[in-house]
Structures are given as C-alpha cells and as structure tokens.
Design a binder for this molecule. Structure first.
Ligand SMILES: C[S@@+](CC[C@H](N)C(=O)[O-])C[C@H]1O[C@@H](n2cnc3c(N)ncnc32)[C@H](O)[C@@H]1O
Length: 247
C-alpha cells in the first residue's frame, strides 16, 4: 500500500526529481554530505543504499571505495541509477517494507536509508531487514523528515504526537507535485529503532554551508533557524548482534 502510493507520487516526477536532486543544494550540499560524514571511512566496505533513487548517494559511496547495493521501489529511478553507475554498483527494484531474501544476512557494513523511511507507515519490517543484513559491528544511517519541520510545513499544523500521513507540494522543474509521507514523533522513531535491536549512537545536526545556499537566502535562513532533516546514526544492540548471524 505504501509502496503503491510512493510509486504514484514518484512516477509522476521521476526524471524531474532525479535531475533536481543532482543540483539542489539541499541534496548536494546538505543531506548527502551529512550522510557521508556519518558513514565515515567506507573504503573496502559494503554499503546497502535503500531508497537510492537515481543513485547519487550510491555513486558517492562507490567513489569512496565501497561496494554498493542500491534498492528503490521506483523502476525508472533504478534505471537512472544503473545508467549512472554503469555496472559499478548493483541495483534492485524492491519494496524495503517487504522481506529482501536476495540480500545475505550479516553482509553489509553500512545500511544507508537516505530520505526514505518517512514513506513507510510502519518502520518495523524494514528495520528488521536492515538488522538482519548488517554485520554485528555495522551501522545504520538515517536521514528523514524532522518531526518539528513536519509540523512547521503542514497546514493545518500536524499533531506532533501522532503518526499521520501528510501531503506536501514540491515545486520542481516549474511544476507542482503532491507527495505524501508520514510524520511521526521523535519518540516513535527511537522506539522503532530500539524494538528492532538498534541503539542510537549520534544525532548530528549539520549547519548548512552559506555559500551553497547563496541563491536561496530565504531557505538558508529557515535552515539555520530550525532543523530541516533528522539524521541518525545507529548501531546494533550488543545483545542482538548474534541473532542475525546464526545460519
Ligand atoms: C527522496 S528520494 C531519496 C533520495 C536518494 N536517497 C538520494 O540520495 O538522492 C526517496 C526514494 O525512496 C523511494 N522509496 C520510497 N518508499 C520506498 C519503499 N517502500 N521501498 C523502496 N524505495 C522506496 C522512492 O522511490 C524514492 O526514490
């Protein structure tokens, strides 16, 4: 159900979204650098990039020496990712809410979930799969809509303490697109991680680079006044590390 809705929302703008995400300072100079900073040194490591879209972040991981598997539910965006990487990474069209039996357990050093989890009503199935495919000392990196930001942009303001489906209008390529996503309070996010066997290690709050946003002073001002995205680095809880490594 979530996946179908996301396909409808992203099908209408797949190429426009992909081109925009390659240029927009929000992606290029804010979100992606924050994800890469959380990942640290990935040279020689294995990265699973879920919600990979057209593969911009996958490409950055490959450039840093990682072996990358990207997953997205949108076939057109996966095609774009394959064209971009030309065989330097492996891509699958799949719904991360469902089991992903094509991924081996305890295989990845990093699972990167960049701006994708807010499309899921329930994070539990996806987080269980991330836990299964991560090595014992692996890390889960998340960027998602910040719950405070959801309340700010919604009209009428979203009820902070409820998990609610919201609709936002994105202006891209001179057109407006309606995109639906879930708001959830911070406690629900941390609880979902804890229940799936993760410990939150860091919540970085990057400050945008003023030069990157020189053409968007209004946006820059808003982004320095309140958090825009929520970034989380989580690790497997020690007590659950063996669980997914049993054959
Ligand atoms: C905002 S984009 C992610 C941007 C991307 N991480 C980047 O670095 O450019 C969100 C992506 O999540 C994908 N997506 C949403 N729900 C999904 C699901 N259930 N399974 C797999 N992909 C999903 C969408 O198709 C879309 O490509």
């Amino acid at each position: 159900m979530d996946a179908q809705r996301v396909q409808v929302d992203y099908d209408q703008m797949a190429d426009i979204y992909a081109d925009d995400a390659d240029r927009h300072p929000m992606n290029v100079s804010y979100e992606r650098p924050a994800m890469l900073a959380m990942a640290g040194d990935v040279e020689g490591g294995r990265v699973l990039d879920v919600g990979c879209a057209a593969g911009a972040l996958s490409e950055a991981f490959v450039a840093r020496g990682a072996s990358v598997v990207g997953i997205d539910v949108n076939a057109r965006l996966v095609q774009r990712a394959r064209e971009r990487l030309g065989g330097r990474a492996d891509f699958h069209v799949a719904d991360i809410s469902a089991a992903m039996p094509f991924l081996a357990r305890a295989w990845f050093d990093v699972v990167s979930a960049s701006l994708v989890l807010h499309y899921l009503a329930d994070w539990a199935p996806a987080l269980r799969e991330f836990h299964r495919v991560l090595r014992a000392d692996g890390s889960l990196l998340i960027s998602t809509h910040h719950p405070i930001q959801d309340v700010e942009i919604s009209e009428p303001p979203a009820p902070y303490f409820e998990t609610t489906l919201l609709t936002d209008t994105w202006r891209k390529g001179g057109r407006d697109f309606e995109v639906r996503f879930y708001h959830r309070p911070l406690s629900a996010i941390v609880d979902a991680l804890a229940e799936a066997g993760f410990l939150v290690e860091r919540i970085p709050e990057p400050i945008p680079d003023p030069e990157a946003f020189a053409d968007s002073p209004g946006l820059y001002e808003q982004m320095t006044r309140r958090p825009w995205f929520l970034f989380i680095r989580a690790v497997k809880k020690p007590a659950t590390r063996q669980r997914d490594e049993r054959s």
